[in-house]
Design a protein around this ligand. Sequence first.
Ligand SMILES: [Zn+2]
Length: 384
Amino acid sequence: MRPVEASLPELSLPELRRYGRHLTLAEMGEEGQKRLKAGSVLVVGAGGLGSPLALYLAAAGVGTIGIVDFDAVEESNLQRQIAHGTASVGKSKLASITARLADLNPYVTVVPHEAYLHRTNALEIVRAYDVIVDGTDNFATRYLVNDACVLEGKPNVYGSILRFEGQASVFDARVGPCYRCLFPEPPPAGVIPNCAEAGVLGVLPGVIGSIQATEAIKLLIGAGDTLVGRLLLYDALEMRFREMRLRKDPRCPICGEQPSIRELQDYDALCGVKPHESAADQIGARELADRLARGEDMVLVDVREPHELAIAKFPNAVHVPLRTVPTRASELPRERLLVLTCHKGVRSQRALEILRELGFTRLKNLAGGIDSWSREVDSSVPRY
Ligand SMILES: [Zn+2]
């Protein structure tokens, strides 16, 4: 809802000076700038998409910018997550981006939410903002953000990126389709690679995040045509934009005529993040180190990609990238204990499930992957 003009905040002299190039735009003007000042946007994720998004929203003068993140800045983030700098490596992304935005524009309020967005907190956080922008790259959060926005009646500015391709849309179930109208259910875990596995061109989130920022600003000032009902597809290699019409699905499980989803769900389970991770399948880095030191017989199976091994590896691990596990399972000894590992323990969990389906019984997943090995056992193994 756009507030009536009388209730809009005044702009101070420094603000009028700062936003001069906006004020001369007929579609923005002083009223639009006041709407930005009165407006609030929640940015979910302070990573690749969240960086340009938050920077442009702050620069534009969006009065309140909430940011949800709980990660720390890693060196490998800096190739694309331009809100962070080398001095912030190892520090909280939220602290890093908050400091950057405060320097960029002291006239906006940044509200840090140091949290993992979850069904227990999502509705309350989403409710406090006018526009929600999804800058995450995992299905659990994507479905959670979608459902929370539908239930709270908020516009959800969507973006996603992989390799050289990106997508953007605006989902607003009040006037158009939602994400579930396109994809009612998440894909099985592990089927669609994430950016860590498949790679992403560093500038790609800059393009898609800037499109998301544009849409958020248009929603706040009520100007132009938004991406409601349209999916914008961008191919950086071909340098081509395409567009797909999206229709609201009357059978959509959350925004359709007879919705089956009326409250938030367990998105980790829905997206296969944790449902099969029984404690008995897991082995911690310390325990693994102890058992190796005792000379226990086992085979370490590393399911990461070759370029990741070049950064950090276990000296005696067998290397079977996740995508080749089904075809190369016969190379693995069934009678010996197989300890599966990857970067952070997610892909190796998927490998464990694949091997179990193939009849392997002696399986463990290294919880937290080589990253936890580096943190807990051997700090000479580089983290990335
Ligand atoms: Zn829908």
